[in-house]
Design a protein around this ligand. Structure first.
Ligand code: NDP
Length: 297
């Protein structure tokens, strides 16, 4: 039976990080400066702490400076805004990100809107999102997970122009920007969500499927057009008595079935996941290049 080729996100992310590290070395020797990323963490959610640690370690690996402030769960909104403003003003910092979610007493919209758009390497500022949505405008930064999805397609040689793509999910961080990016690549895009009645049918008509619903095993083999390209963004923890910690991670795609129908597919883990941090580093490098007026030759 036919079997899809696998898009190795781990390998592609590694390749991108090596490319970034080379540019950083050139910067260091040419001007004695390197990019800097600052992360604001509020509270002590275990998952958020893990993500922040991973981002900081990734920075160090490619030669960036990494800055961070960790505020208690009880921090006031003003204290969080103050931390953001401090990094906005710091010339050694080229990317400022606030780890989400924030504690409930702090207004996410206000805090995300306070990040300088020139340092908004998460691409969450409404000015960057708005520009992404507009013809003839360009955002300074695009959010990392959807950018990683497109990068996987491009680096795998997938033709996007003229294809019909479906994006399952319409969140601010993944689905919506993924759909806008696909349109910018001249795909015809359908966005489906929890109120869409005929998900399977829409998906079956699509050449490219980006699944970002957060529902394990949702996209079955029978939902796919033969030869479709499938990008699985989902990260879902399901019980697995056979595994050491009692659970395992699966995507939104029923992988074993989808492999029999798709031509190209991302695994979970090891697909989109590693690309998110690679794109964060790439955005931060772009920001530093602009700030330094650094042009590679
Ligand atoms: P959200 O919960 O914010 O959004 C989920 C979207 O999927 C919503 O638009 C929702 O519709 C839609 N949806 C939910 N259930 C269904 C369903 N049964 N049928 C059709 N549509 C559905 O999630 P995120 O966008 O933040 O994340 C999506 C997935 O991607 C998650 O598994 C998350 O863990 C993962 N993720 C992975 C990242 C990475 O790889 N680095 C980064 C970020 C997320 P509606 O709008 O109607 O509610």
């Amino acid at each position: 039976s036919p079997s899809a080729n696998i898009i190795d996100g781990e390998a592609i992310a590694q390749e991108i990080k090596l490319e970034i590290a080379e540019v950083v070395e050139k910067m260091r020797s040419a001007i004695g400066k390197v990019p800097g990323l600052a992360v604001v963490l509020v509270g002590s959610r275990r998952d958020s702490e893990t993500y922040v640690r991973r981002k900081q370690r990734a920075c160090e690996k490619v030669g960036f400076n990494s800055y961070g402030v960790s505020l208690p769960e009880t921090a006031t909104e003003e204290e969080v805004l103050e931390a953001v403003r401090k990094f906005n003003a710091d010339p050694n910092v080229h990317g400022v990100l606030v780890q989400l979610p924030l504690p409930r007493h702090i207004c996410e919209e206000k805090v995300v809107g306070a990040v300088s758009i020139q340092k908004d390497v998460d691409g969450f500022h409404p000015m960057n999102v708005g520009r992404l949505a507009m013809q003839g405008r360009a955002p300074l930064f695009v959010s990392c997970t959807p950018k990683g999805c497109i990068e996987l397609l491009l680096r795998s040689g997938v033709q996007i122009e003229g294809k019909h793509a479906v994006v399952i999910g319409r969140s601010n961080v993944v689905g919506m920007p993924a759909a806008l990016l696909l349109q910018r690549q001249n795909a015809t895009v359908t966005v489906v969500h929890s109120h869409t009645p005929n998900l399977a049918e829409v998906t079956r008509n699509s050449d490219i499927v980006i699944a970002a619903a957060g529902v394990p095993f949702m996209v079955q083999g029978s939902w796919l057009k033969p030869g479709a390209v499938v990008i699985d963004v989902g990260i879902n923890y399901i019980e697995d008595p056979d595994s050491e910690n009692g659970y395992r991670v699966v995507g939104d795609v029923y992988y074993a079935e989808a492999c029999q129908v798709a031509s190209l597919i991302t695994p979970v883990p090891g697909g989109v996941g590693p690309m998110t941090i690679a794109m964060l580093l790439s955005n931060t490098l772009d920001s530093a290049k602009l700030a330094f007026g650094f042009v590679e030759n």
